[in-house]
Design a protein around this ligand. Structure first.
Ligand code: XMP
Length: 519
């Protein structure tokens, strides 16, 4: 078992917190390489020479959960450890402290007060020796482990920050990784630089050079095929590989007819005309529409589109001889197993179709240059590669496209109507400087017609649904809070400009219980 890099690394041990990835991102933002591992792999990996620090994540468990065991030996290896929330509690319990269910749960903001100075809290407290932090815990440490000292306390957590400087072990009950904790990044910075003593080793600028070198070395004079969708991941992959091997990259762009308005034109203009990338454009609009005829079931729809995409792509790719590699825009979160910490697989909600998810039976070797990067790092890499803001900060778009935003039967007319409404909505968001505040927004066309009145005439037309959400990673989401003026103006704009729609509604559900897409 090994890590993916020889760089000095901070291991982030996942105990199932929704913030585990955020911790790893924060460490990288601080300029130090980090990788996420499962707790049961810790003992095997910790012996690697380049592991210079460990962070235990939070998690939904109780420290008495028998499935979570940490060998005591790891506390004696002279590698600095920082425990966050559950991580703090498990360190405390393992080393002789005590943890119990707290009478007073702490969720949300809390005030911590400094009790002693620590390297961990340099530049963390304000002049009044306090700080606002974000807590989310039901259990609490109530007896300090042996040889530990209190650094700070909150009203309900006496041991809110603790340390054992001799062993270089630290624990914080709150979450320094979330933005609601004031100066939380200082805790991360102090840990990696002053306690682990790692030198800055991670920047996307350097990473670009490393990746180009690695791609050149691996691919040599062979050819690489890439399915380009116009989304940020496949765009960055294409541009990165093109920068590495120039014309030995062949991109295939399939126009399914289910893309956003003008998307195919943008892709061709950017990649073929501007970047002079070898781009093959496949017009499959009619084919996709004909295969979707009378398919109402969401899962069946997704399968039809996914399989058809593969068929079209395979057929086109056969025209090119001697292609050895297939490029995919796999990201680090895709790689981190989707199994829960205790081993039970998470349930499948929808079968995802991804442009990158091409079949293994295609006899290509896979090249996945982004597989150790987070989405925000991919965006930074895109900027380093001179991709425009328009491409880099574009909202995510699902593989099955507009088809899953037209519940039920998809027809040419419905697609035409939806493209117009969606285009107006997205442009209106940009015009009102809201686009970048929203994680994803789209219009959908509901499969019902309702009665309206326009001028003196009765209308009987489709209903358009607007969805706009805020999110960290698409796993959970909240609906965006528009003001009435914005909603009024976009509703008018759509009704007045899109023939076929006479009613606009807003989706005000979060995820869960809803999903972001409708199907
Ligand atoms: P849901 O609807 O599952 O969506 O809450 C979460 C995020 O995933 C996107 N999505 C997809 N992306 N292929 C993709 O590449 C798919 O089949 C697919 N289905 C949903 C969705 O747009 C949202 O950002």
């Amino acid at each position: 078992m090994s890590l993916s890099s020889n760089l000095e690394t901070v291991l982030v041990v996942d105990f199932g917190s929704q913030f585990t990835q955020l911790i790893a991102r924060r460490v990288r933002e601080a300029g130090i390489y980090s990788e996420i591992i499962k707790h049961n792999n810790l003992y095997k990996l910790i012996r690697l020479k380049n592991v210079k620090g460990i962070i235990f994540s939070g998690g939904p468990f109780n420290v008495n959960n028998k499935l979570i065991k940490i060998k005591k030996k790891i506390y004696n290896l002279d590698i600095p450890i920082l425990g966050i929330c559950f991580g703090h509690q498990i360190i405390s319990k393992s080393l002789g402290g005590k943890v119990k269910e707290s009478k007073f749960r702490e969720f949300g903001n809390a005030l911590v007060k400094e009790k002693s100075k620590s390297i961990l809290t340099k530049n963390f407290f304000n002049k009044k020796k306090t700080n606002n932090v974000w807590m989310s815990h039901a259990d609490v440490v109530y007896k300090l482990p042996k040889d530990f000292k209190i650094i700070a306390s909150s009203k309900n957590s006496k041991y809110a920050i603790i340390e054992n400087t001799k062993k270089k072990i630290y624990g914080v009950q709150f979450h320094p990784e979330v933005s609601h904790t004031t100066k939380g990044l200082n805790i991360i910075n102090n840990f990696v630089y002053s306690i682990c003593k790692i030198k800055k080793n991670w920047s996307i600028k350097d990473q670009k050079k490393t990746l180009i070198k690695e791609i050149k070395k691996e691919v040599g004079n062979h050819k690489v095929l890439c399915a380009l969708s116009g989304g940020v991941d496949s765009s960055v992959v294409a541009k990165l590989i093109h920068q590495s091997i120039k014309n030995n990259l062949i991109c295939i762009f399939v126009n399914t007819g289910l893309l956003r308005k003008y998307e195919e034109i943008d892709v061709v203009n950017t990649f073929k005309k501007k970047f002079k990338i070898n781009l093959i454009y496949v017009d499959a609009k009619k084919l996709f529409l004909s295969k979707l005829k009378n398919i109402n079931d969401p899962e069946k729809k997704r399968k039809v589109i996914g399989n058809l995409f593969i068929k079209v792509f395979e057929k086109k790719s056969k025209l090119f001889k001697n292609i050895k590699y297939l490029a995919q825009g796999t990201l680090y979160p895709d790689l981190i197993e989707s199994k829960s910490v205790t081993g039970s697989p998470t349930s499948k909600i929808k079968s995802h179709h991804n442009v990158g998810g091409l079949p293994k039976k295609m006899k290509f070797k896979l090249i996945e240059p982004l597989k150790y990067l987070f989405k925000d790092e991919v965006r930074k890499l895109g900027a380093e590669l001179s991709l425009s803001k328009n491409v880099i900060f574009r909202h995510p778009f699902p593989g099955p496209g507009l088809a899953i935003r037209i519940p039920g039967n998809v027809t040419e007319e419905k697609v035409r109507i939806l493209k117009e409404a969606d285009y107006l909505f997205i442009n209106h968001l940009k015009l009102n400087k809201l686009y970048d505040k929203i994680w994803q927004a789209y219009a959908a066309l509901m499969p019902v017609k309702t009665v309206g009145v326009m001028g003196d005439n009765r209308t009987y037309e489709y209903m358009c649904l607007l969805r706009a959400i805020t999110s960290e990673d698409g796993m959970t989401a909240d609906f965006f809070n528009f003001d009435k003026k914005f909603l009024q103006s976009i509703s008018n704009k759509i009704i007045n400009n899109v023939k076929g729609i006479n009613r606009v509604v807003l989706d005000v559900t979060s995820k869960p219980p809803s999903t972001i897409e409708l199907e």
